[in-house]
Design a binder for this molecule. Structure first.
Ligand code: TXA
Ligand code: MG
Length: 322
């Protein structure tokens, strides 16, 4: 199958109406999208992605009103969060309506649903008579794509069209939140910091994002978002000595702390976490392509998007890969 890259929403819509899979831009990462209401279309996503299991997918809508036709209940707090952050990098786990197929939720009683903040994709969604199911547009387990070229690298030949909407603005997947009784539960760190949500609601959010081998959400797999080159956390002199003689690539944040003649990528030379989030996945790919024996990176400060960045680095780390 020939894979075309372009910015024509008519073409993207045409393929989606044939129940084919199309890569779409969002503010977080590119998505691998298909008709969320059609089993045959959804199956093609799993096939293109090479996912080992039928993991549940996020459903994308263009408005809060459209979203409401796919869920049976919306807690007041979800409403408040939506008013503050939608469209934006936040996904809600809400009781699903019967129009959402089992395949999309992997049998779960809740559907993950969000409104992406990207003008091209919002216009595309408005043209379609169905919402779009979409995981990140990478082959299973690899780093998520933040440009059309990243998508092409991984999925060329497997999908007919990549809608190019430029580099992703946020660069990290959406934050996933769940509602149980009166509690708000963080299921995945992402593009909206947990602090911003608890500040808005004036109450704490419970974190249940622990990595495991048998997660509810594959984004919670201990090893995920992984580079092929082993990635080590701990960019300090001791770690560097330990790996002496090996070819290293450094992934830095802020002013450089290590001297020497290394290949380096800096997530944000001025130490800005939003910029680091935007650069993270592209620089992980660059580091991976540098032909080194290992990648060494420091955790970033844990504030704001830093928590989500560190989460992705942990899951990409070598000690979690087996
Ligand atoms: O920013 C994003 O969320 C991107 C863009 C494309 O929207 N999408 C994304 O999808 O990151 P994916 O499939 O890579 O990750 C979705 C996460 C997975 O960890 C999945 O298990 C979880 O959401 N999830 C989806 N539906 C769920 C459900 N019904 N119950 C629990 N977890 C769910
Ligand atoms: Mg993913």
């Amino acid at each position: 199958m020939e894979t075309v890259i372009g910015n024509d929403i008519e073409k993207a819509a045409w393929w989606l109406l044939q129940n084919e899979v199309v890569a779409i831009p969002t503010e977080t990462v590119y998505g691998l999208a298909a008709n969320a209401l059609n089993d045959e279309a959804v199956l093609k996503i799993f096939k293109a992605k090479n996912r080992p299991h039928f993991n549940p997918l996020i459903v994308h809508t263009y408005s809060w009103q459209q979203l409401q036709s796919y869920v049976t209940h919306i807690p007041d707090e979800a409403q408040a969060i939506a008013a503050a952050f939608c469209p934006g990098p936040i996904t809600f786990l809400l009781p699903r309506n019967t129009n959402i197929p089992d395949l999309v939720t992997a049998g779960h009683p809740k559907v993950a649903i969000r409104i992406p903040a990207h003008p091209l994709t919002l216009s595309l969604l408005q043209k379609l008579p169905f919402p779009l199911a979409a995981p990140s547009a990478n082959r299973f387990g690899y780093v998520s794509p933040t440009t059309a070229a990243h998508v092409y690298q991984g999925l060329q030949g497997f999908i007919p069209y990549i809608l190019d909407g430029g580099p992703a603005n946020i660069g990290l997947e959406s934050t996933i939140i769940d509602f149980e009784n009166d509690e708000i539960i963080l299921r995945r760190q992402g593009g909206i910091a947990a602090e911003a949500i608890s500040e808005l609601l004036g109450k704490p959010i419970l974190e249940r994002t622990h990595a495991s081998d048998h997660p509810v959400a594959p984004g919670q797999l201990k090893s995920h978002y992984a580079t092929q080159t082993p990635l080590f956390i701990g960019l300090h002199h001791l770690a560097m000595q330990q790996h002496a003689g090996k070819k290293m690539v450094l992934l830095e944040f802020g002013p450089s702390a290590i001297a020497g003649n290394f290949v380096r990528f800096n997530l944000s030379p001025v130490g800005n976490l939003d910029e680091a989030a935007r650069n993270l996945f592209a620089m992980m790919r660059n580091a991976d392509e540098a032909g080194a024996d290992l990648i060494i990176v420091n955790p970033v400060p844990n504030a704001g998007l830093g928590a989500a960045i560190n989460d992705r680095l942990q899951r990409a780390a070598h000690f979690n890969k087996q």
